[in-house]
Write a protein that binds this ligand. Sequence first.
Ligand SMILES: Cc1cc2nc3c(=O)[nH]c(=O)nc-3n(C[C@H](O)[C@H](O)[C@H](O)COP(=O)(O)O)c2cc1C
Length: 249
Amino acid sequence: MTKKWMYGLLAGVMVLSMAGCGNRESQNQTAGTTVESQLEESEPVSEPVLEDQEETTQETGTDAMETEEQETSSENTETAGSQDPVQDPESDTLIAYFSWSGNTEALAGMIAEETGGTLFQIEPAEPYTDDYDALLDQAQEEQAEDARPALAADVENWDDYQVIFVGYPNWWGDVPMLINTFLEAHDFTGKTVIPFCTHGSGGFGNSLSSIESGTQGAELLDGFEVAGSSVDSARSEVTEWIASLGLTQ
Ligand SMILES: Cc1cc2nc3c(=O)[nH]c(=O)nc-3n(C[C@H](O)[C@H](O)[C@H](O)COP(=O)(O)O)c2cc1C
C-alpha cells in the first residue's frame, strides 16, 4: 500500500504539472503521428498508477454513463453478431475492446457510431474483481507471470472482418494480459489493425509493442489514445481520427 501511495503522489505531481495541456496535447499528437513515432514516445512500463486519478476516472466513467451521449454509446455496446441499429450489416469492421470501468467501452461506442462497425466486448472467462486495489495487484501479477487469462467468448465469423480495432485500458504501462490472449487466438494476416486506448495519464505506454507483436502479418494504422477522464469530450477528435483513416461510414 505504501508503494501505491508513493506512486499516487508521484503521479499527482506529474498530472498537476501537465494539467490543462498534457493529455490534450498527447491526443493531438496521436491523431497525426505514425505508430512508429507513438512507440518512440512510449512511457516506461513501470509508470505510476494514480489511485486518486483512477477514482476520478471511474467517477467520470460512471457519470458519463448518465449522460445522453454515453447512454447512446452504451446502447451500442453489444457483442459481435448482435442486432444494433448503428451497425452496418455490410461492414467488415470489428471493434474489439476490453473495459473494466467503462471508459474504453464508451470510446468503442463512439468508434462504432463513426464506422458502422460491429462491437465485440473482450471479456475474461473468470471476471475480474470489482475491488480496485485488488485489481491493481492482480493485473501486476498477470503481467509479471506473462499470463494469458482465458476468454469468455470468441468472435463469430472472424474471417468476415477486414478492419479490426483493438481497444483496452493502459494497465501498468501495457495492454491487459487478456488482450494478448485475444491477439494470440486470432490470425491477423492480411487484416488492418487499429489500436485505441484509455489511460490515467500514461497514453499508450508500451502497449503498441504488444499490439505490434501480437498482430503479425497485419497492417497497423495510427491509433488513438485519450485519458479516461476525457473520453466523454473526445467525440470530435474521434470523428477526425476516423475520417483521417478513411473509415467514416
Ligand atoms: C490495473 C490497472 C492498472 C492501471 N495502470 C495504468 C498505467 O500504468 N498508466 C495509466 O496511465 N493508467 C493506468 N490505469 C488507469 C486506466 O488505464 C484508466 O483508468 C482507463 O481509462 C480505464 O479504462 P476502462 O474504464 O475501460 O477500464 C490503470 C488502471 C488499472 C485498473
